[in-house]
Ligand binder design. Structure first.
Ligand code: FAQ
Length: 352
């Protein structure tokens, strides 16, 4: 809920005061409300990175779609990967409410001017990786994203509600897959342990740099965009996951992991922050592959966007701009329309 609107035109000071009061009261900022430019830019940065993560995040698991070990596993994985695409779409739409252009955001991703989560730069070597991504990566995403359902920006917070429901389901499917493998052969148990060994530390890095080295956290928390610090969420994830690992029967690859009897929280070993920096800045095992594939998807499928844009423009009676498809694309959509409906399109343009 947004705070009641101002009754009279106000200067920037009054608008700022109204914004501050809305955030302090834990009400929502909505797209047409006044907001400080820094707030808008920070939201576009975070939401765009989040959207890019969902879309790039389809690739590691997508690699296993053709090699899933059964029809059931294939159907589950297909549904999960499609969900990630949907999450990307909600998030790009939320960024658009702030004035961002989706095609521009995609260009920025491909040109390395915007980030996506470090975790998706690691390879999926065996089918156990699919289970471990569900359990650990979706588990970490849930820890991070449930508080974002209370983010101060309305469209982002509302998108997170549905995303989190679906991520919970993803996490359970991952855990169920791993439980099944752990009840299988020694070789299957070894595959699960190997996948856990490779994904544990990168999962902890998903939460971002330590609070002492997180330039955006303080302001984002003051604005109610982030609700908890990176370290706090990382600790919650460890506390939640250790008992799950014990139940599963795997060992987490950290000899320093131990329960602190005084706090009831788990102590864990030092994270390799140099690795996070390296992966974020393009030096992870799969960064080049991920972006190359994303670039190819944008370029190879540009005609679909052009055709859809031209078709939409024609339907609303607008003139399609030259960039939005050109005559050959218009011809294609007109033919499809005629074929489907059995009548000529209503546009007065001549199509051959
Ligand atoms: N990877 O000052 P902070 C998922 C960047 S979705 C890459 O602490 P902030 C679903 C950070 O952007 C996973 N970059 O930044 C799924 C900033 O860069 P900038 C994505 C990272 O924003 C599951 C700089 O470092 N989730 O998994 C990372 O306050 C399975 C300084 O950091 C979200 O995006 C990193 N790990 O906090 C899909 C959630 N960490 O822009 C498929 C929303 C930090 O200044 C399969 N985002 N950076 O150049 C957030 O909560 C926050 O943006 C953080 C970072 C916590 C990620």
């Amino acid at each position: 809920m947004s705070a009641p609107p101002l009754e009279r035109p106000a200067d920037d000071t009054a608008l700022q005061a109204h914004f501050d009061a809305t955030v302090a009261a834990e009400h929502r900022i909505e797209p047409r409300d006044w907001m400080p430019e820094g707030y808008r830019k920070t939201l576009i940065r975070q939401i765009a990175q989040h959207a890019h993560s969902e879309i790039i995040g389809m690739q590691p698991e997508g690699d296993w779609l053709l090699a899933a070990p059964s029809l059931r596993r294939k159907a589950i994985l297909l549904a999960k990967v499609q969900d990630e695409a949907g999450h990307g779409l909600y998030l790009y739409s939320a960024a658009e409410t702030l004035g961002a252009d989706r095609a521009d955001l995609t260009d920025k991703l491909i040109e390395g001017r915007q980030k996506y989560s470090s975790i998706f730069n690691y390879p999926t070597l065996t089918y156990a990786d699919v289970g471990v991504i569900g359990w650990l990566v979706d588990g970490a995403a849930i820890c991070n994203q449930v508080p974002l359902c209370r983010s101060s920006y309305g469209p982002y917070a509302r998108a997170m509600i549905r995303v989190c429901k679906e991520e919970s389901f993803h996490q359970r499917q991952g855990y169920e897959l791993l439980m099944t493998m752990m009840r299988g052969t020694d070789a299957q148990r070894a595959m699960v342990q190997d996948a856990v060994d490779r994904w544990w530390w990168p999962s902890l890095m998903m939460f971002g740099p330590p609070d002492t080295d997180s330039p955006n956290s303080a302001q984002s928390m003051a604005w109610g965009i982030k609700r908890h610090s990176n370290d706090e969420l990382r600790q919650r994830f460890v506390d939640m996951t250790v008992p799950q690992a014990e139940f599963l029967g795997v060992t987490l690859p950290d000899p320093e992991l131990s329960l602190d009897p005084e706090t009831g929280r788990y102590r864990f070993g030092a994270i390799d922050w140099d690795e996070l920096k390296r992966v974020i800045s393009g030096g992870g095992p799969c960064n080049v592959e991920r972006i190359t594939r994303r670039r190819a998807a944008r370029d190879d499928n540009a005609w679909v966007t052009e055709a859809a844009t031209a078709y939409a423009a024609k339907r609303t009676g607008e003139r399609a701009s030259p960039q939005a498809g050109g005559t050959s694309r218009l011809r294609g959509t007109a033919t499809e329309e005629r074929n489907e409906s059995g009548v000529e399109p209503s546009s007065p343009e001549k199509h051959s």
